[in-house]
Design a protein around this ligand. Structure first.
Ligand code: PSU
Ligand code: MN
Length: 302
């Protein structure tokens, strides 16, 4: 049997159909530096609670899927010692060896679906890496989004990626993308990527109506609610692009690839930008948690 531990307050919320927001944990263990990571994880949870929903941070601890980590478990993940990065394909191995792991968007979607959670928040989804047309490095997030019946609130896809190809794969996978108060696909640290989106929702209620319609379609899979980084935390894309090109060169020179690439690039960017990308990332994470909670509350009312 699948070993799942659902925290009592989450069980209660799910049973009474109260709004729950799933939060991923790779961003804690691999996406942000210590000690900011645990502060941010707890701040995201607080933001969800402040808007009337229950946060469920998801991770694998001692080989069990934990839906609703407590503060001690979040601090443990944040220390990052021997915490594997868990996407769909890594789940069986970490369970079998009774190990510890932080779930990516894909891993979190898979686990949240088991618990019947309908909304999750992250910073930015994974996607097609630059050069992905030859390396075939395409995040498993894009495939999981096609399967898991959740709405994912994110600031678009990380701008270290090839956003045009990422959007093409999402279209192929049948994943709708709605801009939250925007007609443009956001670019993580920047508000706009230059690519349009076809659906726009302006309020949490409009988002909830769209999500409810999508989730009523049999086997419809996931949906992306693309919420731009707040204006005061946005970085002009020309600045980001300069740092990304340097970070990509560093990755190539260090021979980094596969699941290590995204964490490597994020930490290089923090250094190259003297911390600017880190502050932007933190602001968008907290903002996405807030919006996800508002949407979960509105969805509960639909
Ligand atoms: N959002 C952030 N920081 C992160 C991530 C998202 O602000 O570190 C993580 C998510 O867990 C996402 C992962 O699933 O990056 C993508 O990794 P990959 O490219 O290896 O699939
Ligand atoms: Mn990859």
């Amino acid at each position: 049997m699948l070993p799942v531990v659902i925290a009592a307050n989450i069980q209660q919320a799910i049973a009474s159909r109260a709004p729950v927001v799933a939060l991923e944990s790779t961003v804690i263990a691999h996406g942000l530096p210590t000690p900011r990571n645990s502060e941010v994880a707890l701040a995201c949870e607080a933001a969800v609670r402040a808007r009337g929903a229950t946060p469920a941070t998801i991770a694998i601890l001692d080989g069990r899927i934990v839906i609703g980590c407590d503060a001690d478990q979040i601090h443990f993940l944040a220390r990052g010692a021997n915490i594997a990065k868990i996407s769909r394909r890594d789940l069986a191995a970490v369970i079998a060896r009774r190990g510890n792991g932080a779930t990516t968007v894909a891993g979190t979607l898979l686990c949240a679906a088991v618990a019947g959670i309908r909304v999750m928040a992250t910073g930015g989804i994974g996607g097609v890496h630059r050069g992905g047309e030859t390396s075939m490095d395409v995040s498993a997030d894009l495939q999981e989004l096609a399967r898991a019946p959740l709405a994912v609130v994110c600031a678009g896809a990380k701008s270290i990626l090839d956003l045009g190809r990422t959007l093409e794969v999402l279209e192929t996978n049948g994943v709708p993308i709605a801009g939250f108060g925007t007609d443009h696909f956001p670019a993580f640290y920047s508000q706009e990527s230059g690519f349009p989106v076809e659906i726009r929702v302006n309020t949490a209620t409009e988002a909830a109506d769209l999500i409810a319609a999508h989730q009523s379609i049999p086997n419809a899979g996931g949906i992306v609610i693309a919420n731009p980084v707040p204006a005061d935390a946005a970085i002009p894309s020309q600045d980001v692009e300069k740092w990304i090109l340097n970070a990509l060169t560093e990755a190539q020179e260090s021979g980094v690839s596969g699941k290590d690439l995204t964490p490597f690039l994020l930490s290089s960017l923090t250094r190259l930008s003297s911390g600017a990308t880190l502050e932007s990332n933190i602001a968008l994470l907290e903002n996405n948690a807030s919006v996800a909670a508002e949407i979960a509350v509105a969805l509960h009312a639909v």
